[in-house]
Design a protein around this ligand. Structure first.
Ligand code: ATP
Ligand code: MG
Length: 167
């Protein structure tokens, strides 16, 4: 079954120049990239992305981490991968959440670390299941940013909305 999944190269991955390595590893899956961007992560986006972690003692650190406050890299690379069994394929290559427990040849096993403050810096985020993928993709991307129609859309007319255009 074709699926879509959100992949983020987290700020530690960007700081360590691992984008190319991550993309190369993920290309083994033969999945397609159907959306991609470099994104600045607002506090609101970070908190919404990790809403299921909000009761964890490390939530505040996690928000700082994904916003790049721990790496002087205020950005992440966000992508949607699409294709046969995309969710499990990408998660397998990513490896376990805890980089010390992750298979050493997985992305997290090879490149992740645990900080002295106890946060798992694990280079990439990948969606856990189809429901999470839908929630996350809709959070990070607008329909027109994605080259496939993954979810139903509706047309709205927004009056008096200020937008920036090229001068
Ligand atoms: P992600 O959602 O980033 O792909 P995941 O689904 O493998 O990772 P989650 O349980 O969703 O793991 O945790 C989200 C993130 O929170 C992890 O990627 C990691 O950075 C951090 N984290 C999770 N559990 C712990 C923990 N016990 N100690 C420190 N950091 C943790
Ligand atoms: Mg998760």
């Amino acid at each position: 079954m074709n699926q879509q999944t959100l992949v983020l190269v987290k700020p530690d991955g960007l700081k360590k120049s691992l984008t190319g390595n991550v993309l190369t590893r993920l290309s083994e899956t033969k999945l397609e990239i159907v959306a991609a961007k470099i994104a600045k992560v607002s506090r609101k986006l970070a908190e919404e992305h990790y809403e299921q972690m909000k009761d964890k003692p490390f939530f505040e650190e996690l928000v700082k981490y994904i916003r790049g406050e721990l790496h002087e890299r205020r950005k992440v690379m966000a992508m949607v991968y699409w294709g046969e069994e995309a969710i499990v394929k990408v998660r397998e290559l990513a490896g376990a959440t805890n980089p010390e427990e992750a298979d050493p040849v997985s992305i997290r096993g090879a490149y992740g670390r645990i900080t002295t403050r106890g946060i798992y810096e694990n280079v990439i985020h990948t969606s856990k299941n189809a429901e999470e993928a839908e929630r996350e993709i809709k959070l990070w991307f607008e329909p027109d940013d994605i080259i496939l129609d993954l979810y139903p859309t509706k047309q709205v007319v927004i009056k008096d909305k200020k937008i920036r255009i090229w001068a």
